[in-house]
Design a protein around this ligand. Structure first.
Ligand SMILES: Cc1cc2nc3c(=O)[nH]c(=O)nc-3n(C[C@H](O)[C@H](O)[C@H](O)COP(=O)(O)OP(=O)(O)OC[C@H]3O[C@@H](n4cnc5c(N)ncnc54)[C@H](O)[C@@H]3O)c2cc1C
Length: 400
């Protein structure tokens, strides 16, 4: 059957990379991407830190570890081949208190186990040689980390798809998916009805809702966490040369506020992590009662709130107090001042939570006959997107 028709729901980087892998590995298949916004990369993909992660943090053997390491290489190859600006600049992970040293050692151990070469310990003056304004007890140098603009990557993926004859349909929202008894699938949108042999959904912040279109009992709920950034004033961007990350709290699935040099030369600080009251709400005041109701009525949310209330309060405080945000940054770079920081953008993370309140750590796919749902694709899924696309393309082909 070489006329297989595949529909990919979602024009973020995971959907586009999946479509790209399908089109390039399965000649003769027709692949259509359906995206509800009028441009690609409108949500997580276009509102993230722009970091090409190395794979250092993730549990050895996990999908995140394997697909991040592979995906970062594939992404750099893609950027080279398709002229997308990017830079492998390396980063430091910095311990600023004795209590963080075991966590830093554990990250180094994971990195080595995940196959990263060239990791190096930096002590005292060696830290200053890499980042003159950073202060800490010990740092880990990670040479593989890089920066890129993921909107540019997504746009190039969409261009390549169109050049190869695929349809990337924008401004069209999927409202229903029906698996017919003879095995084909009808995808209903607010504009039309499409028939496909296979469907892959990569709906980011709506992945649980789209998954429920074929599986009413899907046992996850997206809990949205907004992350806010500050931009460092242009005259002061030189206070940081590359990327400076804290040692993350291992109980929390986010990496902590960090400094990131952007591919356009700017410097950003953030993101924090506060519960978002709207899934696609980028301002503090954005609220959607339906989104909020779904979060609050999910049994897992109460367990999440109980477990993380202290961290959550700290994050909220920093969200409203620029002074507190600056203080968190000054732990790593005392040189940074409150008036160096100007409000930047924000992104909302799609973090899947299980019914028992566990925040799902690894990437997760759920298959329902000819439909595959990507249910959890948090960071580093932008870095890993082409490797995730490979896994999905193989699964979809294997399902024939
Ligand atoms: C603040 C922040 C910082 C991050 N930093 C990094 C980083 O530095 N490096 C990294 O690797 N990762 C990072 N990530 C994670 C990364 O951005 C995401 O893992 C990745 O973008 C997920 O891609 P996606 O395609 O699954 O989701 P999205 O980019 O959210 O795309 C999903 C798409 O599906 C569409 N959609 C939803 N429902 C429907 C429907 N019914 N019909 C049609 N279309 C629909 C949406 O409009 C959207 O465009 C960060 C994320 C955030 C939020």
């Amino acid at each position: 059957m070489n006329q297989t028709r595949v529909i990919v729901v979602g024009g973020g980087i995971v959907g586009l990379a999946t479509a790209y892998r399908l089109v390039t590995s399965r000649p003769g298949w027709t692949v259509t991407v359906i995206e509800k916004e009028t441009s690609v990369a409108a949500h997580q993909t276009g509102n993230n830190s722009g970091v090409i992660h190395s794979g250092i943090y993730y549990k050895p053997g996990s999908l995140k570890a394997r697909l991040c390491v592979q995906g970062s290489r594939d992404l750099v190859d893609f950027c080279r081949t398709h002229d997308v600006p990017h830079r492998i600049c390396g980063k430091i992970v910095l311990a600023t208190s004795p209590g963080e040293l075991p966590g830093l050692e554990e990250i180094a151990r994971r990195g080595r186990e995940n196959g990263l070469e060239g990791l190096r310990w930096l002590e005292g003056a060696e830290i200053a040689a890499v980042e003159p304004n950073a202060r800490g007890l010990r740092a880990l140098w990670v040479p593989q980390t890089g920066i890129v603009d993921y909107t540019r990557v997504a746009e190039r993926l969409a261009d390549v798809l169109r050049d190869r004859g695929s349809d990337v349909r924008l401004g069209e929202k999927v409202i229903g998916i029906e698996i017919r008894p003879r095995g084909d699938v009808v995808v209903r949108t607010d504009r039309a009805e499409w028939t496909a042999d296979r469907v892959v959904t990569c709906a980011g912040l709506h992945s649980d809702r789209v998954a429920r279109m074929t599986d009413r009992d899907v046992a996850i709920r997206i809990v949205p966490f907004r992350g806010e950034y500050y931009k460092v004033r242009q005259e002061r961007v030189e206070i940081v040369r590359g990327l400076i990350y804290p040692v993350p709290d291992p109980r929390f699935p986010f990496l902590g506020v960090h400094f990131t040099r952007m591919i356009d030369g700017g410097l950003e600080a953030g993101p924090n992590a506060v519960l978002a009251l709207k899934r696609e709400g980028y301002r503090k005041t954005d609220i959607d009662l339906n989104d909020l109701w779904e979060t609050l009525t999910w049994p897992g949310f109460h367990a999440v709130a109980r477990k993380y209330w202290k961290t959550g309060l700290g994050e909220y405080y920093r969200s409203f107090s620029k002074k507190a945000f600056t203080k968190a940054l000054q732990r790593m770079v005392p040189e940074v001042r409150e008036d160096d920081l100007m409000p930047g953008g924000a992104g909302v993370r799609a973090q899947a939570s299980e019914r028992n309140g566990a925040l799902m750590d690894d990437f997760s796919f759920v298959e329902h006959g000819p439909v595959l749902h990507v249910c959890n694709a948090p960071s580093p899924a932008a870095t890993a997107s082409l490797a995730i696309g490979d896994v999905i393309a193989n699964r979809v082909a294997g399902a024939q």
